[in-house]
Design a protein around this ligand. Structure first.
Ligand SMILES: N[C@@H](CCC(=O)N[C@@H](CS)C(=O)NCC(=O)O)C(=O)O
Length: 413
């Protein structure tokens, strides 16, 4: 979970990343500080009293090695990345020949009525809001799929992948190879396009969602997925799908990813106690007791809660939230319910939930067991709509089959 929310939080925010370069800078700064402290001590003569000569030499040596190694590595990576200045480079989704051998399937949802013909494996963290979005869609559509619950700290089950973020799916193509798709919205759009037009192989459809590079406002190179909010109807746009409906759907899907999701971490990890409570809920919802050994489960809970408590403060500042972080969440939910009321339909998608409903529902369901959510139920009108969507999602979901059990079951299903 540590990296998990070095996740959402951060991923969603796009501009924070505790990458190797930041780490090297931190190392270098610490080394430099040690060095100048040591110098001061030598000058003031205190080194002979407080730190023996050997310690000073070691500090100096450590500082030099750290600085030289860090700088050399930075220089090396810069030289190797000849494309660091290029923008709008497109990379098609990766296709892998065989399903990775060391991946452990955690569970499967099997729906005998599923006619999609899709064979999907979802790599996820159970309570990651982006993963919740994907599951909400797959469940609502009654699609069968397998789940790999990834350990957010050690991440052994995605070792085979260049992309280290979840959700990620592997979907079997007609030729037996697997296309790898990342990004929750792109995954949903790909699967929705595939359900709409079964003539085209999912691998072919995936070509409409390449990765594309761009520079953000700080001049930092980033990657995103092209067309991620677009469904590939091609020459078969459904009759009831007007341009206005499509645009409204895209607007709210984007809002869920770019606004709503950013409010979760500052709220759910506001204090250390709240962060710990949130992670205990993650452990329960993700059934960490049965999927991971106890030490690994505790590592995720305590490291995750500590890291996220600290990170939430950074995020609060980044998103310019006031100390009353709850009020921002209430405002967002009020905006959603006010628009629903204006539209005068049960769901944003009309009589049935659409992609906007499922995305907003998915994001909110990630904090369902947290105090923040309980407060939202009390202070906004979100409850009615939320539980209406939940009921349909649960009704359509396939039957759960557990695969990987390493601990003692904590939840009776
Ligand atoms: N835009 C992506 C964001 C995905 C994301 O940031 N995922 C987080 C988990 S919620 C992640 O994997 N972070 C990296 C990590 O945990 O190491 C999406 O919609 O799928």
């Amino acid at each position: 979970m540590l990296s998990f929310r070095l996740l959402t939080a951060l991923s969603a925010t796009r501009s924070y990343s505790l990458n190797s370069q930041n780490l090297r800078f931190v190392e270098f700064t610490i080394a430099r500080r040690n060095f100048s402290n040591a110098l001061k001590e030598v000058k003031s003569g205190s080194s002979t009293k407080k730190s023996p000569n050997g310690t000073f030499k070691l500090t100096l040596l450590g500082a030099c090695i750290g600085a030289v190694a860090g700088s050399t590595y930075t220089l090396y990576t810069r030289i190797c990345d000849k494309n660091s200045h290029k923008e709008h480079e497109r990379t098609p989704p990766k296709v892998i020949e065989y399903f990775p051998a060391d991946v452990r399937i955690t569970k499967r949802f099997i729906n005998p009525n599923d006619t999609s013909g899709l064979d999907i494996v979802l790599f996820q963290y159970q309570t990651c809001p982006f993963c919740c979005k994907v599951r909400a869609y797959l469940d609502y559509m009654g699609i069968s799929y397998s789940v790999v619950e990834v350990d957010a700290v050690l991440r052994q089950d995605i070792r085979w992948s260049d992309v280290k973020k979840v959700p990620m799916v592997l979907i079997r193509q007609q030729d037996g190879k697997y296309v790898q798709m990342t990004d929750s919205s792109a995954i949903i759009s790909l699967v929705a396009s595939s359900l709409h037009d079964k003539r085209m192989d999912v691998g072919e459809l995936a070509q409409f969602y390449p990765q594309i590079s761009y520079f953000d406002d700080d001049g930092k190179k980033r990657q995103d997925i092209l067309n991620k909010y677009f469904l590939m109807y091609q020459d078969r746009t459904p009759k009831n799908m007007t341009r206005e409906i499509e645009e409204n759907e895209r607007k709210w899907r984007t809002w869920a990813d770019n606004h709503l999701v950013h409010l979760i971490s500052p709220n759910c990890y506001q204090t250390f106690d709240e962060a710990l409570e949130t992670f205990e809920w993650f452990a329960l919802a993700g059934e960490w007791d049965i999927h991971f050994p106890k030490w690994e489960r505790d590592l995720m809970v305590y490291c995750g809660a500590t890291a996220m408590w600290v990170i939430a403060k950074i995020l609060k500042r980044r998103h310019q939230l006031t100390d009353d972080v709850r009020s921002h969440m209430y405002d967002a939910l009020n905006k959603w319910t006010a628009d629903l009321k204006k539209q005068n339909t049960k769901f944003m998608g009309g009589k049935k939930p659409g992609l906007a409903d499922l995305s907003v529902f998915g994001v909110l369901s990630s904090m369902e067991g947290c105090q923040t959510f309980k407060d939202c139920l009390q202070n906004t009108n979100i409850g009615k709509w939320f539980y209406d969507v939940k009921e349909l999602v649960q009704q359509n979901r396939g039957k759960l089959h557990r695969e990987r059990i390493v601990g003692v079951p904590a939840l009776a299903q």
